[in-house]
Structure formats: C-alpha cells, structure tokens
Design a protein around this ligand. Sequence first.
Ligand SMILES: [Zn+2]
Length: 391
Amino acid sequence: MSQIEIVYLTEDPTLLDICQRYWTQADDGQYVEKATAIAVELGVTQNALTKMLSTSCYAVSRQAICKRCQQPMRMFTRAQWQERSTWRGWSCPDCRDIELVETEVISRARQEERQAAQRAALRRDYPFLDSPPIDVDALSFRTTAYLLSFLHSMSTTDSVSFGPATSAPLAPTDDLKSSILVELGQHGLIGIHADKTPFDAFVFDGPRVDAYYPTKAIWYLPSASGERVWRLARRLDESLQVDPWPDEWWDEADDLLHTLALHECLDYFSAALQHYDIEFNPKDKSRENIVHALGLYSIGQVCQHIHSAVRNAAADLAAHKQTRGTAGSSASARIRYYADNALAKGWDIPSRQRFNNAEQSALSKVLLGTVLKIDDAAEWNRRPNQRQTES
Ligand SMILES: [Zn+2]
C-alpha cells in the first residue's frame, strides 16, 4: 500500500486537521472518512470543501513527477490521486514552456538550414546572367514587343532593375504574363534573381528546384542601369517602328494582337464575374466563345457583350433561375449568343471601357499604342496589316 505524502500549505490547525481527515487512509487503502461526510460536518458544500483543501494541502506521488525537473505533480483531490499513474512522463507547466521554446528553436534552425540549402540550389540553377549587348535587330516581333513591355513594367533603380513591378501590369492576365516572362527568360534576356525571389515562387523537392511560378518570381535585366534600360527601350521602340516591317513580322503581330485581345477580354470577364460574385474559372470553352465574339466585334464591344452576359446571368441567379454552379458557364455561353444575336439584328454596340478603370497593361500599350497607334485599346478590331493599306 503506497503511502500518500501530503504537503501542507497552511499552519492553521483547523485546516491542517481537515487536510489530515481528507487524506487519511485505513490499512486497506480506503479513505477513513467520506468527503461528503466531512463537508456536512463542517456545514459547507462539497465545492467549498474542495476549495478549502486546494489552498491548504496537496498530495504528491513518486509516480507523478516532472520528467525534466523532477518536481512532483500537485494533486489536490482524491480523484487526481486515483489517476496518478497516468501522469508518468508528465512535464510541469514551467518545463512545458521551456520545451515549447526548445522545439521552436530546433524547428527554426531546421527551417533556416533547409532554406540555406534551397537558396544555394537557386543560385546554382539561376546563376547571374552576363550582359552581352542585346542585338535588337535579331529579335522576333514578339520578343521585341515582350521585352519592351517588360522594360515598361519594371521598377528601375540606379544599379538594378527588377520586374515586373506590381504597380504596372505587364499583361492583362497572369497566363499571358507567364508566357512573356518564360519566353524572355528562355532567350536569356531576363533572369530570375536567385537571392531576391521569395521561396514561395518555387516548388522544391527537398533542396532541389522542381518548378517555379513565373509571375511570383523577381526577374531582372542583366546589369541594367537606369540609363541602359532607357536606351534599350528606345532601341526596341524604334525597331517596332521600322518601315517596312520584316515579312515574318506581319503574321507574328497578327497572332500576338489576337492573343492580347483575347486576354484583355478574359481579364474583363474575370473582373465582371468577381463584381457579380460569381465563382467561375474561364477555360477553353470560354476562350472559344470570346474568340468567336472577337471575330465580329472590337475588344470594347466584346467587353460590352461580356458585361451584359455576366449581369444577366447574375440576375437569373438572384431570381433562382440559375444555380450558383452554372451561372459562370451560362454567362460564358451568352457572350457568343449575344454577339451573334446583335450582329443578326444589326444592333449598334457601344464600346465598353476597362473594368473599374484598371490600368492598361504594358503589353497592350506597346502593341496598340506603339505599333498600331490607337490610344484606346477598346477600339482594336482590325488586323494589323490593314493599317498600311488604309494610310
Ligand atoms: Zn518541470
């Protein structure tokens, strides 16, 4: 029979007496007095007795000591005493605090170690680019337009230039931004900054770099002082104005303008869906519908159709004629239908401006402003090679 060791917190003889009566066991291990009986005799509730005891004494057991500082666990009630063996390997509150700090220190050290290895891998996989002079004349139309757009969207300090700056959008959608950055990167015209790019721009497999998100990375133009950026931008700009264009540029420009128009409209579609609180991720079918509408109308007029399509899908949703799951695809289908219908009826479709006056992207400024000389992107609805036949 294990002896209960009692520690007293009081010198008050009455309280000491109550403690002893509460904790005293007979030879068979049963308590001599029932706790309820003690409470009744004292004329107090069971709760009041427990409270009185908890400030006067506690029991300790060799079975319940802190594994770190050996301090015994304080057991204030018979129920706690009954369960003393379940506290084996227990840590006292003070030691638990220390353990938490230690765990945190260890995990932080591990994280730092992991990040150091990852950073080393980034420096190995993305070494600093040399800066051979860029032969602007050798660049394709698309690369020229991409690079000029990148320069327009970067933030330049005296020594290093990074992009794309968040304040100036490179392209209307993240998809198109990615294409631009990846293509410029593949040509070695810009590089991912291994030190400045945040870890979350990469997918690591252990310390190995598995993949990266182009739009999350910090890109730089090799040894680009403000002066060099400015001069290069002027060279690229002049190159786009060259007359006559190299033959292959016409098809490239045509493709790129159609891509830009599609992404301008996709951007508008996303903004409209968000505005009307419709969750929908436009995929291939939506692209087809928009491309179809762009074959009939200008960017601004297609945006007008998109606006009507999303607004009416949202109205149907509010009137319970549409479910939340189908509102987006319904809006997408309406874009094509509205465009066809308006054309068949010969309706005059106004041109709609960018959503919430969002800033025009750098690519759009370059292609529409610099190349086509049209100030209002919404106006674009012609193939670029019509420009010369008209002038
Ligand atoms: Zn302890």
